[in-house]
Design a protein around this ligand. Sequence first.
Ligand SMILES: [Zn+2]
Length: 269
Amino acid sequence: MDPSPTSSVLTCTQCGGELHPDEGQIFLTCPFCNSTVYVDKSRVVFHWYVAPTLDEAKARASLARWMSGNQTVKDLDRKSSIVETSFAYFPMWYFKVRRPEGGEEIRMLPAAATAVSEIAHLYLPAGDLRKYESELDAQALAPTVPLQTALQWMESGSGASASIMEQSLVHIPLFTIKYSYQGRFYTALVEAATGGVFANIFPAKAEAPYLLAGGLTALVYVCLAFIPVVSGLAEGSDGAGIGLAICAVAGLAAAPALFALAAWVAAKV
Ligand SMILES: [Zn+2]
């Protein structure tokens, strides 16, 4: 235990000025340089937010586009119904990291509990960061994942904590949209600056029917290719000729059926 925890001086990340947050105060503005910072135990980091550009209707439209895309089950946009939509500024730890091979990249980790860990794949253009404003407090979720924990995740993920050039807290605007499909409930996040959609679990397009149709097609043609070989072995060169003819006819006959199967699978799934 730190013998004198109150003696540790918190200083502004930007200007080095001494900060004196009130008991329990985590979001503050530096009185000297006006930077917005977040106090995580004894650490002070910059605190940013990203302004939303999408309202609820546009966020729902983004979700509908994602639902009609290739990842999800066919016609999910029409067959699902939205149960609940809520908005909050969600906290993310933001790291600017120097790559071992040169250059830098941004990595983000959720700073609060979320069922949708996919949010870590959020892409955030650096130019979009704005100084956090206290007016957002009512809609902003407080971080519950300590910075230290996020740093440990980063290390275990890449072993490169030494190359972190910048770390800060960013509140991103997020719509949480719950929807139901065939009696089950799902959650999708729509990031309200770019319209990006994040979901861990969703009604996915089934792969199996595609694999089955493709496999069946391959099997039919492999079998057909064996006919001239087998008949050639059995009956000499005449047999091979007959086998080849059977193969060609059967192959042509099978093609529309297999094509129809593939089309049916594509339409159905
Ligand atoms: Zn300052």
